[in-house]
Design a protein around this ligand. Sequence first.
Ligand SMILES: [Zn+2]
Length: 778
Amino acid sequence: MDSARTKPIDQLTEAEAVQELTALADEIAAHDIRYYQEDAPTVSDADYDALKQRNAAVEQRFPHLVRDNSPSLRVGAARSEQFAPVEHGVPMLSLDNAFSDEDALEFDARVKRFLRLDGEVAYTAEPKIDGLSASVLYRDGRLVRAATRGDGRVGEDVTENIRTIGDIPHKLSGSGWPSEIEIRGEVYLGAEEFAALNAAAEAAGQRTYANPRNAAAGSLRQIDSKITAQRPLRFFAYAWGLFSTPFAETQWEALQMLKAWGFQVTPQSRRVEGVEGLLEAYRYMEAERPKLGFDIDGVVYKVDRLDWQQRLGFVSRAPRWGIARKFPAQQARTVLEAIDIQVGRTGALTPVARLQPVTVGGVVVTNATLHNADEIARLDVRIGDTVILQRAGDVIPQILSIIPEERPADAEPYDFPHLCPCPLKTEVVRETTASGAETVVRRCSGEFACPFQKLAHLRHFVSRRAFDIEGLGEKQLTLFSERGWLNSPADIFRLHEKRDELLALDRFGETSVRNLLDGIEARREIALERFVYGLGIRHVGETTSLALARHFETAEAFVATARAAADQTAGSLYAELSDLEGLGPTALAAVLDFARSRPALLIPASASLEEHLRLAIPRLNARARTALAERFGDWASFEAAAAQALAQTPGEAFQELASIGTVGVVAARMIAAFFAEDHNRAMVDSLLGELRVIPAEKPKSDTAVAGKTVVFTGALERMTRDEAKAQAERLGAKVSGSVSKKTDLVVAGPGAGSKLKDAEKHGVQVISEEEWLALIGG
Ligand SMILES: [Zn+2]
């Protein structure tokens, strides 16, 4: 960074300002090319915005120095030569940015000043989609041409590519559309689709995209529209350019028209009043952001009345009637000071980055997850490196990349520990799945001998949703296991034998020891689902534990089947097929049935594997056929694999486990693996020797809510969410976390948000907590 760049603007000499503006223009132009033409930016949006802001500030102080090619006079960059130029009927301009509540207040004040209004102004507040703007021209309701924004005046002709996007109608529906109109909106890629696209590119050894926006831009700007067609691009319409006849009086009305003509408009958009409304809409969009499934980078405010928009007009290149309120940067750079290793309950070693504190999206961040050794190797992150940190919603912050130029000369590659940091110093091994494949997870091979694992395991065992034993916190557990009193969960129930030793400890008086032992005694009777959950088997969470408890009813029945399943685990190919994404249980059964019966078939030799599958196994759906075709490639490989998988079909006990409610093959394999270990069986036996496990209650089938799917949302006043859930389930209802068309009932308390909207959308009945209690007679 040169000296001028860091110098406060009010201290720049005129000569320095000239130099600075030249440098900024070059730098911004270079970024624009990487961003707009190569879809491969090298700086964060925040850094880019900072350059533009500095340029604008220098120009403001030295207005006579504004260059002809000033970045502030341009929107976007020149188009690429690959596409034919298209002149927009009306230029595609971008909005000015706002970064704070004050900016929003100022915007509202400016609008009112200009229009000489006293009352509140109505605005629309729309999510600012982080994609690629496009303009689609319709004549007599038919799509005739589509263009990217380009430099705002002339864009690139991407008509053929735009035609491949499902959200963009080739023919407008409804009525009332002008005979000629340019529809404008954003081409974007959903978060899941982006991840899948990058995963596929990575697997194929191709270049990956930095973010969904670049992926959308790269996908839309393909020379071959067949490639674009394979990308799951989407489109939200929100504006228009040229139009032959007026069709709406307000922005809000116009959005409804766009919808009626067959476009998607963002469901989060709202019409708001005055400055209060603007600020409230911003908070709402901020809260919705992590749940949307696509990237937004702010909120767009527009004056609702189109005649007022007209009066407000433009100042230089941006409209006066609208503004883009941007979210604070979700990325920041900081220095990685250390990498710590944490050992979890299952012995997995998780590296955690310790960072120089930095504010990201309004929150101070000091740690970030590094996931695993492979991730450290992939990032090539070293202690002392400057890193780019990302925080998205409530997710744990993660490190996106490092800045190689800023690496200290003495930084050495990180050596992932080969020994567990526990006092045992046992060897660290790569975790394998039940089918024998290596995973990215490294774990301590010490199992229960590893004190870190033992502690994490005991912590889980006494946690609130498992045995819920008060007075046994981390400190006590550590102390007692150091003394050798706690080696396995069963030892907790033998702590009373150590009463005298406990009393001899510092800070353990008569009362606290009595309370502790009483607390433990109270848990000698335990519900089966808590017992199962407390075992801490991987992939066996609360829901799965409950399903197991309901199915087996007694601990003995569960343990007997789990032990039997331990000898019947599915073979690797069977396991792989049952895990194959796109191949559900029904499709797997169809494949195995086929392998069993081997019907004689007359299928043309030229048939692709997908066609062959369609003819040979009609019960397979398209998704399953694609999944199998991608995995096996040709018929002979598939046939051989199906036969092998059939031979590897697990035994009855295993299948019973896997078929229970939410358990599934993955958790069943974990249960089988758990009970295959001698020390685990001994641990369970010894624990059962101490306990009376209360058989699970079968859910009732004769209540008003039996068999119904219920969603609780908002604050409940008479009971906690957990209680409500447990009670509903006892009464035979299914409790779900999200509203879909399968939901029967939404119980909404104060503060219910998006789920209420979903209920409306799906026409699901909504009742209050009182009405719910009346319904169940509680
Ligand atoms: Zn260890």
